[in-house]
Design a protein around this ligand. Sequence first.
Ligand SMILES: Cc1cc2nc3c(=O)[nH]c(=O)nc-3n(C[C@H](O)[C@H](O)[C@H](O)COP(=O)(O)O)c2cc1C
Length: 208
Amino acid sequence: MKVLLLNGSSHPNGCTHTALHEIALTLESSGIQTEILFLGNEPVRDCTACGTCARQPGRCAFDDDVVNRIIEKACEADGFVFGTPVYYAHPSGRILSVLDRVFYAGKDAFVHKPAAAIASARRAGTTATLDVLQKYFTISQMPVVSSTYWTMVHGKEPADVLKDEEGLQTMRNLAVNMAWLLRCIEAGKDVGIQPPQAESGARTNFIR
Ligand SMILES: Cc1cc2nc3c(=O)[nH]c(=O)nc-3n(C[C@H](O)[C@H](O)[C@H](O)COP(=O)(O)O)c2cc1C
């Protein structure tokens, strides 16, 4: 079993990475494989609503080595953690641009797989940030993994995060909950419990 962790900061080893690393260590010690994927710090294109992905599902037309790579990795992953720094009380523009394209083109790679969001902030804006990231999960039939407190750490530098013992504890508790849920899903499949088939086809665009 594998969990893919996305670092939506432009700092490869900053505060967000420090929190994700704590989660990854705990997952690994529970026997779950992990990969932390850094989204990079080059400019990232956002979704242009070109609609090409409707004709070629599973791929974004703009092959910039971030979005399509995440979709490919998501197909192989069993669970996800999305991590972001807080910018003006919302997730980084980088992670939103990437996730809009990833989910519009490749949602099927995520459906019915558990996921968690975490945020890193110097001080405030965290719950609004988490709310935005969790919406990708709840529109995609993904069970949301929670912890024992809001899934955030505080710091400007990684050294600050390492001093945030409650934040790190919250990361570890998130990880053990993720490991538990993954094992429950696997055990369910072993006895024939498959994910449900959702109804589809209704597109009521004009409700006022
Ligand atoms: C453009 C920008 C906006 C920010 N806005 C906030 C904010 O609204 N609230 C906050 O607490 N920290 C804010 N910060 C600080 C970062 O969220 C914080 O330092 C974070 O832990 C950095 O994570 P990283 O090292 O992974 O990039 C902001 C930082 C930047 C660059």
